[in-house]
Design a protein around this ligand. Structure first.
Ligand code: GDP
Ligand code: ZN
Length: 454
């Protein structure tokens, strides 16, 4: 049971595996005096870096480094926290960790330090999640928006909406007690207006959160194109200076080919349909199944054709096999061979970009059009983006649906009970984001995806 933690001492290596200048073992729990004394001779003075020998059971020096002590409640977890900063080598870090375990600490679960911080009200759930998002952020933009959530900007926005909802609920519930005056009461208090203001706030937050979720989770793009139309050339151009980020994730050679590039910090995961050829080969059929599964989750199609030939019948066949809901962006490549200029046009499938991957002409046009197609709003990117997860988006959508129902009931003065109920559900959905009412299994799910030592 997740919530019952916190009575024992946990320890973990907080720095990444491998070699580095410094490695840190972090320990948290009630009363660390005996562990600290056994390892470094005494409990260090609170919040003061103390140079210290770290000793094994025989009193032999395992490492020499800095010991730091943060007494409860002024620590990351809200408990006593001891940090042993030693030399960043795998063997020496493991010796230090083993020594802690020998002295009664237990190995921390992934995310358990942050879980304790959450349970001790050091962070709300959004902030706790943003710790993991910040660590996992693969672009500067993603890191910045995770940091905004960690500082509490997202939570504050949610809390403001929750407060407005509470005010409105108080008004409605009070009206329920005085039925004869209800219509006047609600109208004079401009309940509808209040509700609309909350709905508008929610729209803003949804927009900012969708952007954040683009940054965090990226978009899945199905790449359609016959051999030699210039797929590789185009991907290299798109990746630009981030060539290092272009990774062909190795599976079996016949597996789905997946590459990821970043545009404006948004991870673009490409799913290559080259793996969709018909085959009787069992291994290859597996690859095809995987490709189909990937396509099920795709956000858009990038169709690449040679501008001299246009769409081939093979392209048509592949397109016909893709879900119709997917927006299609067509790229007419090799315009240099027809002496044409780069441009964007509208065709029957959607937008079409004319470019030359080889000459690098029209690449910026494609970048902008691609980001536009997936819903990225460059003008929001600066400030208002929150690092939102699917969980947050779902809750926001639930609240939105409840508020829409509430608006309908509000227009029908006989249905105030229904109105009150929808408002209650909207509030509950919003509160679930910051973790006010959260089931243990959800907490388990969230924190288990953290790295150890955080
Ligand atoms: P893929 O098989 O779809 O990955 O295509 P490649 O990127 O390997 O390119 C196939 C051939 O087309 C190569 O010889 C490229 O140099 C050439 N090519 C790609 N893009 C262009 C272009 O925009 N203009 C011209 N003239 N040739 C191109
Ligand atoms: Zn290629």
């Amino acid at each position: 049971a997740v919530r019952s933690g916190g009575n024992d001492i946990i320890a973990a290596i907080a720095t990444p595996p491998g070699q580095g200048g410094v490695g840190i073992v972090r320990i948290s729990g009630p009363n660390l005096c005996s562990i600290a004394t056994a390892i470094s001779g005494r409990l260090p003075e609170p919040r003061r870096a103390e140079l210290s020998d770290f000793l094994d059971a025989q009193g032999e020096v395992l490492d020499r480094g800095i010991a730091l002590f943060f007494p409860a409640p002024h620590s990351y977890t809200g408990e006593d926290v001891l940090e042993l900063q030693g030399h960043g080598g795998t063997a020496v870090m493991n010796l230090l960790l083993d020594r802690c375990l020998q002295l009664g600490a237990r190995l921390a679960e992934p995310g358990e330090f942050t879980l304790r911080a959450f349970l001790n009200d050091k962070l709300d759930l959004v902030q706790a999640e943003s710790v993991a998002d910040l660590i996992e952020a693969s672009s500067a933009e993603a890191a910045r928006s995770a940091m905004r959530s960690l500082k509490g900007e997202f939570s504050a926005t949610i809390q403001k909406m929750v407060q407005s909802l509470i005010d409105l609920r108080v008004l409605v519930e009070a009206t329920l007690d005085f039925p004869e005056e209800e219509i006047d009461f609600l109208q004079s208090a401009r309940a509808m207006e209040q509700l609309q203001i909350i709905q508008e706030q929610l729209e803003q937050v949804l927009l900012a959160s969708r952007q954040g979720s683009l940054l965090q989770e990226g978009v899945k793009v199905v790449l359609v194109g016959q051999p030699n139309v210039g797929k590789s050339s185009l991907l290299n151009q798109l990746a630009g200076d981030d060539v290092a980020i272009v990774t062909e994730i190795p599976g079996t050679t016949r597996d789905t080919i997946r590459q990821s590039i970043q545009l404006a910090g948004v991870p673009i995961h490409l799913i290559d349909t080259a793996g969709l050829r018909e085959t009787s080969d069992i291994v290859e059929q597996h690859g095809i199944a995987r490709t189909h599964a990937a396509i099920e989750q795709a956000d858009m199609v990038l169709l690449l054709v040679d501008c001299r030939h246009g769409l081939t019948s093979a392209d048509q066949t592949v397109l016909a096999g893709l879900p119709a809901r997917l927006p299609v962006l067509t790229v007419y490549n090799k315009i240099d061979l027809l002496n044409q200029a780069p441009r964007v046009e509208q065709n029957s499938l959607g937008k079409a970009v004319y470019l030359s991957a080889k000459q690098g002409e029209g690449i910026e046009l494609l970048r902008a059009t691609l980001l536009e197609t997936v819903g990225w709003q460059a003008n929001l990117a600066g400030g208002g983006v929150f690092m939102a997860r699917q969980r947050h988006l779902r809750a926001l959508m639930q609240a939105k649906a409840a508020l829409e129902c509430a608006a309908t009931w509000l227009n029908d003065a006989c249905q105030l009970e229904m109105l009150a109920e929808e408002l209650r559900m909207a509030q509950q959905a919003l509160s679930s984001i910051t973790g006010e009412f959260t089931a243990d299994d959800l907490l388990g799910e969230i924190f288990s995806s953290f790295c150890i030592g955080k």
